[in-house]
Design a protein around this ligand. Structure first.
Ligand SMILES: Cc1cc2nc3c(=O)[nH]c(=O)nc-3n(C[C@H](O)[C@H](O)[C@H](O)COP(=O)(O)OP(=O)(O)OC[C@H]3O[C@@H](n4cnc5c(N)ncnc54)[C@H](O)[C@@H]3O)c2cc1C
Length: 276
């Protein structure tokens, strides 16, 4: 087994270009689950990003929060300014795994692992996060909502690393996140949804109900148009256009579709002042 240990970002990007088969590893909480299979089936080479200082730090500009690719859930939970300005980040972080996973798992790893059940991705997408993808030839910015192409497929070239997650600073009239699992810790999501609204612009993002975490654009339009919604089933036709839940060991498609409509309806009705 070969482990590359870059000491700075330039070295990491050089190694990424020279050894595209080497698997980048951050917290290792996803990769560790499949360690043996990956070591046998993969190239057996790893690119350890934990020693790259440029990836570790998060920072603020006038316009945005830039989460470093090495930022963990715990980094967000303990940062008062992030929790105040982006409360959904802290709320989702507290529901990932348990403390041990929160301390090691990174937001970037959650994004690139590309699980449909990822809990960090819906809140990032509801905040219009933009990914900074870098190779030694330069960097580009890709909105998270355009990043996924299908199940476990994404716009990430073999020589690129995710080097930062930019989240615009905005004031929201409504922001909300809920995760439904079989218990409150160490549970893979059966259904989850994050919602934000500012100036009648809605973001409704669901997980565990489609091959990727996805924006529910038909529901967003329905809410933006102010069409009457007087019970959960009024949301069902739009949700049916947005998501394609499946039966699996954790839940059934029917349960997921019904719970998603109910979660959304009651959150809007009970907690959103601009929802009529
Ligand atoms: C017990 C347990 C409970 C869990 N509970 C939850 C949960 O409740 N909710 C949830 O969403 N997830 C959960 N997870 C999954 C996991 O913890 C998260 O997805 C976590 O965010 C992964 O981050 P990581 O840093 O550990 O990623 P890693 O395992 O290091 O990497 C994951 C993927 O991302 C790639 N990668 C990482 N960083 C970069 C980068 N900078 N550039 C390019 N590629 C990169 C890796 O190559 C790999 O493909 C759980 C895992 C375990 C083991």
């Amino acid at each position: 087994m070969t482990v590359f240990l870059p000491r700075d970002l330039d070295e990491a990007l050089d190694l990424r270009a020279e050894h595209p088969d080497a698997t980048p590893i951050a917290g290792g909480t996803d990769l560790g689950v499949h360690w043996r299979q990956q070591t046998i089936a993969g190239s057996g080479a790893w690119l350890d990003l934990t020693g790259v200082p440029e990836l570790r730090a998060s920072s603020w500009t006038d316009d945005e929060l830039v989460l470093g690719a090495g930022a963990t859930y715990w980094d967000v939970i303990r940062d008062r300014e992030i929790a105040e300005q982006f409360p959904l980040l802290a709320r989702a972080a507290r529901q990932v795994g348990a403390v041990q996973i929160q301390a090691r798992g990174t937001w970037a790893g959650n994004v690139v692992n590309a699980s449909p059940a990822a809990d960090g991705v819906p809140v990032l997408m509801a905040y219009d996060a933009v990914l900074e993808l870098s190779s030694r030839d330069g960097s580009c910015l890709v909105p998270l909502s355009d990043f996924y192409l299908g199940y476990k497929r994404m716009r990430l070239d073999p020589d690129q690393l995710l080097t930062g997650i930019r989240i615009p600073r905005r004031t929201y009239e409504f922001e909300w996140f809920e995760k439904v699992g079989s218990r409150s810790a160490q549970a893979i999501t059966k259904v989850g949804v994050a919602v934000t609204c500012r100036a009648a612009q809605w973001r409704v993002v669901a997980n565990s109900v489609a091959p990727t975490v996805c924006r529910c654009r038909a529901v967003e339009s329905l809410l933006a148009d102010g069409l009457p919604v007087s019970c959960p089933s009024d949301l069902a036709p739009a949700l049916a256009a947005d998501v394609s839940p499946i039966d699996d060991i954790r839940s059934t498609a029917r349960y997921r579709a019904e719970v998603l409509a109910r979660l959304l309806y009651w959150a809007l009705r009970d907690e959103c002042p601009s929802f009529t």
